[in-house]
Design a protein around this ligand. Structure first.
Ligand code: HEC
Length: 292
């Protein structure tokens, strides 16, 4: 197919193919690098967030919980004794400033219905339970939104049982608040849920798209300029001189022996024109001899 085209067309087709291949390669490579970067950024954010959450919980268990239980043994005040309550509350405060962070202690058997695990969380919790992994990280899409997520298992310990055993054993205030339906029946050693942190990738995905569009636009502009410049050069250094040579050759073939092959520059086409000129001289001589 290329063989039947003019030099100029052939070159433009080849350059367009190079453009398409470069564009696909550059966009795919660019996406890979940018996406890896935004995942790394999301990972760093998540690590900071989970460290703050764990520090919160640690502070409570080291400095508040036992003191509180000693001072007020019969009082039900989960804000100062239940790590999950404290973490959920502080997480929602953080979320007011940073809505892209979602913190959830999820369980298939929750006291608080809002903490009920969804199908993705159930699969991760089942993985913890089966010993498939000790912690989990990756991306997950929920309701069309992409998140970077991490999860660690929540295991029932002896200290958990008095609230999560049976409604009869639990504090009446707690039972009144959360009901008797679920959140009970814990046994020491059970994996009762998972602590999930989600960071929305929506903003960074939008930036990635924007960067790729700019990058692709830049490459396209460069190719366009290069194609225009190459086209001009091809016309002035190849197409035009060859057209002139053809015109002169046609004239000479019709007997106009006074025409000269004139090409500026010092390239292959100039050599061709010089060779034609020499051929014309030899031809003229041969015709002279024939005439005599
Ligand atoms: C003082 C009572 C109390 C103790 C002790 C306690 N929890 Fe809870 N737990 C709660 C309450 C209340 C909630 C609901 C918090 C909310 O409203 O989000 C809860 C929530 C949870 C949840 C989230 C799912 C749900 O049930 O809503 C998990 C998982 C959980 N607890 C596990 C544990 C583990 C593991 C321990 C021991 C390390 C523990 N709990 C100790 C009272 C307690």
């Amino acid at each position: 197919m290329l063989r039947n085209m003019s030099i100029r067309k052939r070159l433009m087709v080849i350059l367009s193919l190079v453009y398409i291949v470069s564009m696909v390669g550059a966009i795919a490579g660019g996406y890979f690098i940018l996406d890896r970067d935004s995942l790394r950024e999301a990972k760093e954010k998540t690590e900071l967030f989970t460290t703050v959450m764990s520090a919160n919980q640690k502070y409570m268990s080291q400095n508040v919980r036992y003191e509180m239980m000693d001072l007020l043994p019969d009082t039900y005040f989960p804000e100062a004794t239940v790590g999950i309550v404290m973490m959920s509350e502080t997480a929602s405060m953080i979320q007011e400033e940073y809505p892209e962070y979602i913190f959830k202690v999820a369980s298939p058997n929750p006291l608080n219905k809002d903490n009920r695990s969804d199908s993705f969380e159930n699969s991760i919790i089942a993985g913890f339970d089966n010993g498939d992994f000790e912690e989990w990280e990756g991306t997950v899409t929920k309701a069309g939104e992409r998140f970077y997520a991490t999860a660690v298992p929540v295991e029932a310990r002896k200290s958990c049982i008095w609230c999560h055993d049976t409604p009869e054993v639990a504090h009446p205030d707690m039972v009144e608040e959360y009901g008797t339906e679920s959140g009970y029946g814990y046994e020491v050693g059970d994996i009762v849920g998972g602590r999930f942190v989600y960071v929305s990738m929506t903003a960074s995905d939008a930036i990635t798209k924007q960067k790729l569009a700019l990058f692709g636009g830049g490459i396209s502009l460069l190719f366009l300029i290069a194609m225009l410049v190459i086209d001009r050069i091809i016309i002035s250094t190849v197409v035009k001189p060859i057209e002139e040579i053809v015109e002169v050759a046609v004239d000479i073939s019709r007997g106009k022996m006074n025409r000269e092959f004139n090409v500026k520059g010092n390239d292959e086409i100039k050599q061709l024109a010089d060779a034609f000129n020499r051929m014309k001289v030899s031809l003229a001589k041969a015709m002279d001899i024939l005439r005599k």
